[in-house]
Design a protein around this ligand. Structure first.
Ligand code: C2E
Ligand code: CA
Ligand code: CA
Length: 873
């Protein structure tokens, strides 16, 4: 590091040298005879600048160069004497140094030093031998030889001492030692140049004067001095090397660089601007599997992976334009054996200090392992771990591309198939998850095998697969493929030496329906799949406009349900449950009602499935449970009885599956103060049977709260009768489909009989749902079915109407006969419902089952709406 004092000293010294040179130059210019400035002299100068500077001769052992212009200056000394030579040197060196990359001061310093050196040589010779022109023309050989030696020596000494070092180094006087051999070779080079100049000058003296001879002699001289070293000359890089008269530094730092290059752990290379490898290190050869010779015979583009060539080329161009100092990219080379090798490639531009030419330096680091890990990771992100198929994310990606292509081209039809296995859950539950998993893998493989190469098959959920079919001719082709898939998958799978059968439901959405985005296509394929399921599974359904409208409705419905919860648009209707032997009111079933502000009353059958799918049913059920309990608690207080009146509340599968269900029910019981015996939870058969172990435990816990449990829609699910006795169930509700077709269908009759008997044996009671006719009622009574619910007795009704019935019942409780009445057939019946002032009418009477009192009330009155008022027609 130099101090500022040293720096300013260096600067002054530089200017001192420059000033000195200018002085010397002015002196020689002053002394230059005017006659000298003839056409020959001018031509000579031009040739020196034009030709001499372009001829650079390498001195191999010294890693040094000697420029031909030095020899031209010597020749000028013999032809035009000291002043001419000094003038030529100054002009030629200055001109040439402008080609170079040196900064202004340095350029001036170099030129000045050379002018000083030439002046020193010329004056020394003049001192010793007088005029050089005379000497060359005379016959004095020995003095000429001595003069030539002095020329070479002075020049060598001077140049070796000062010129090759940087201006600051020179000025600060720090001395780098040069090997003797270097000195020797520099001297030899100068000696050859000077000798050739002397010889030519003698020749010119013999033959006579004249511009042509001077020019010819110059060319001959150029040839002479060039030839001995021609081999080592690097003409390509010598374009502006005049001022680099002496030496490329062969310093220790260069050696250090060299060994760092050779033994670097990463690949390194020196590359020409055109892309040829000039030097490559061992690591690079190893990385690419080539020997050094093989590699040097190629260029870097030839072994770059074709897909990366353009990018690499663009990077190099940027570098060469000087837009960036370096470039870096991850790219692939091709190993000699053909496989790609991932590398981190850095390239920078290196200007040669001395001649300003540029090379590229490449650093090439093997990152194949990292890339592999990255690719693995990327694969995992976009693929399903179990089957290895693309996952939803990747599928959507492909789908988006297909949609974009289809928008550009009308003739591009594609389809999305949405597959869902039928009853996969049952397979999973009965045969175990391992078999379930193997089945999914088996299905994945079959799907892959039977699709066309361009199609994408993905697993996007548990047992859901999607297929993207591209380039279709039309709807028919998609249907054919769906057919084929269904056939293929219906062949049993052999898993753990067991044959497993499965079927799929497929929804098909076609691009020709006109989609703007990919999500919509998938959604519609999904909707069509649901339609296929609801139509009986193991089939395919093509999505159509009507379904689309339906889907939109559903979407609207979902939004509306969310709002309805907040705005309290829900209400409860109460449907009486009646003892069939005496028509005594046992309680009510609470049925949710939705009073939509625009659409009016919406049937639960229409919104409960949607709410279930959206998970909103949990909120609805919680609300109904609490509200119904509050109501029943009031009624229990107003009309106490033993056992108390009961309220049945429906619980969906989703609500039943909540982890904190017990706590919720408990808090409702506590908050409302309802007699727990008066609350009955209705759970459908399929929910109970779904997960027997956990369900059993849960049912027992609910039962421990003192409430009752009832299995809804009994007979429709897959009840395993052997399990039934394990559940703490109080009531079986026979599904209304059996009741409605009981009269003319013997099978249904038998089912009802069996359920009634089964319940009796298990100590449960039975409610027949959907009792609509006298025949049904009569038959149920014959089967000794205990309870009934249905339009025959009453439709679900509003709270006020329900309360009226209770009050009528209990107000007349004492008045009404509690004694059994004969009905002629010897059976004892009770008429408990009374309605003041309506005379003897009503169900019991019409059925001839009992003799109603004057206040009998008929619950069966289809003409009465839920609000208890007559229905308007
Ligand atoms: P469900 O639990 O089987 O309820 C009985 C359904 O049968 C009620 O329909 C009722 O009005 C109807 N019904 C009663 N007697 C007769 C009859 O004689 N003939 C005919 N054809 N139908 C009769 P609703 O109120 O439309 O409810 C339909 C279904 O919606 C219910 O079937 C139940 O599964 C569900 N649901 C109703 N309220 C709720 C609720 O608060 N929570 C849950 N999770 N589901 C509810
Ligand atoms: Ca029910
Ligand atoms: Ca039911």
């Amino acid at each position: 590091m130099e101090t500022t004092a040293q720096q300013s000293f260096s600067k002054s010294l530089v200017w001192l040298v420059v000033g000195f040179a200018v002085g010397l130059f002015s002196l020689s210019l002053y002394a230059l005879p005017a006659a000298q400035l003839n056409i020959t002299f001018l031509l000579f100068i031009l040739l020196t600048v034009g030709v001499g500077s372009r001829l650079l001769i390498e001195i191999p052992q010294a890693s040094a160069y000697v420029s031909a212009s030095d020899a031209f200056v010597f020749l000028a000394l013999f032809l035009f004497d000291a002043e001419g030579a000094i003038f030529l040197a100054a002009v030629a060196f200055l001109c040439a140094s402008f080609y170079g990359h040196r900064q202004g001061t340095r350029r001036l310093l170099y030129t000045s030093l050379l002018v000083v050196s030439v002046t020193l040589t010329a004056w020394t010779l003049r001192l010793c031998f007088g005029s050089m022109v005379e000497l060359a023309r005379s016959d004095r050989t020995l003095p000429l030889v001595v003069a030539i030696c002095i020329m070479a020596l002075v020049q060598t000494v001077f140049v070796s001492l000062f010129v090759p070092r940087s201006a600051t180094q020179f000025a600060s006087g720090s001395e780098g030692r040069k090997p003797v051999s270097h000195f020797f070779w520099t001297f030899t080079a100068y000696l050859v140049g000077a000798s050739a100049a002397g010889l030519l000058a003698k020749l010119v003296g013999r033959v006579g004067d004249g511009p042509s001879i001077a020019v010819i002699s110059l060319l001959v001289l150029a040839y002479l001095i060039a030839s001995p070293f021609r081999k080592g000359a690097s003409t390509s890089s010598s374009s502006n090397a005049l001022t680099r008269v002496a030496v490329l530094p062969s310093t220790r730092s260069e050696e250090r660089f060299r060994s760092a290059f050779d033994y670097a752990a990463i690949g390194m290379a020196l590359v020409s601007k055109k892309g040829r490898w000039l030097q490559v290190n061992h690591s690079l050869c190893q990385l690419l599997g080539y020997s050094e010779r093989e590699l040097l015979a190629t260029d870097f583009q030839a072994i770059t992976h074709p897909e990366d060539r353009d990018n690499a080329m663009a990077s190099i161009k940027e570098l060469l334009k000087g837009n960036t100092p370096s470039q870096q990219m991850e790219k692939r080379y091709l190993h000699k054996e053909g496989h790609p090798v991932w590398v981190l490639w850095s390239a920078s531009l290196a200007h040669e200090e001395q001649n300003g030419s540029a090379h590229l330096i490449f650093q090439i680091q093997d990152i194949t392992d990292r890339k592999r890990a990255e690719q693995r990771l990327l694969h995992d992100v976009f693929h399903d771990a179990l089957t290895g198929l693309p996952n939803r994310a990747l599928f959507m990606d492909h789908l988006k591309l297909a949609a974009a292509r289809a928008q550009r081209r009308d003739d591009q039809v594609f389809a999305v198939l949405f597959l869902d296995l039928d009853r996969f859950k049952i397979i999973n539950d009965s045969l175990g998850h391992i078999v379930g998993d193997q089945l999914l893998v088996g299905i994945a493989r079959r799907l892959e095998q039977h699709l066309r190469p361009g199609d994408t098959v993905a697993r996007i959920g548990g047992d859901e697969f999607t297929i993207l079919l591209e380039d279709l001719k039309g709807e028919d082709e998609a249907i054919q493929i769906a057919d084929r898939i269904q056939k293929e998958l219906s062949v049993p799978f052999s898993i753990n030496k067991r044959e497993v059968f499965t079927t799929v439901s497929i929804g098909i959405a076609l691009s020709s329906t006109g989609y703007a985005n990919a999500e919509d296509i998938l959604r519609d394929a999904d909707t069509a799949m649901y339609r296929a399921k609801s139509q009986g599974k193991a089939r395919h359904v093509v999505f159509d406009k009507e379904m689309h409208a339906h889907a939109i409705d559903l979407l609207q419905l979902e939004t509306d349900i969310r709002r309805a919860i907040g705005y309290q648009e829900f209400d409860i209707a109460y449907q009486p449950i009646v003892a069939l032997d005496d028509f005594k009111l046992k309680g009510f079933e609470a049925l949710v009602r939705w009073r939509h502000p625009l659409r009016g009353l919406i049937s639960p059958a229409n919104f409960i499935p949607v709410a279930e799918e959206m998970g909103l049913i949990i909120k609805i059920d919680q609300w109904v449970l609490r509200k119904a309990c509050i109501q029943m608690r009031q009624w229990q207080e107003l009309f106490p009885s033993d056992p108390p009146l009961s309220i049945s509340v429906n619980l969906s599968g989703k609500a039943f599956a909540q982890p904190d269900l017990i706590e919720q029910v408990k808090s409702v019981l506590e908050d409302t103060g309802i007699d727990p015996r008066g609350l009955k939870l209705e759970i459908t058969e399929s929910v109970v049977m779904e997960n027997i172990e956990t369900t059993t435990a849960l049912l027992w816990k609910l039962r421990e709260l003192g409430i009752r449990l009832s299995i809804d829609d009994f007979g429709t699910g897959y009840s395993s009768l052997s399990y039934l006795h394990r559940f703490p169930i109080d009531t079986l509700k026979i599904d209304r489909s059996f009741i409605s077709r009981m009269i003319d269908n013997n099978e249904n009759k038998e089912i009802v009989r069996t359920i009634v008997m089964l319940a009796k044996n298990l100590g449960m009671d039975v409610v027949a749902e959907g009792v609509e006719t006298k025949e049904q009622l009569e038959h149920l009574r014959r089967l000794e079915c205990e309870n009934g619910q249905g339009y025959l007795f009453s439709k679900p009704m509003v709270m006020k109407a329900a309360e009226k019935i209770i009050s009528d019942t209990y107000a007349t409780k004492t008045a009404a006969s509690t004694k059994p009445k004969e009905n002629g057939s010897g059976q004892k019946r009770y008429v408990v419902y009374s309605k003041p002032g309506k005379g003897e009418s009503g169900l019991a009477k019409s059925l001839g089952l009992s003799r109603p009192t004057s206040r009998s009330v008929m619950l069966y009155n289809p003409a009465v709406g839920e609000n208890g008022k007559p229905k308007s027609k």
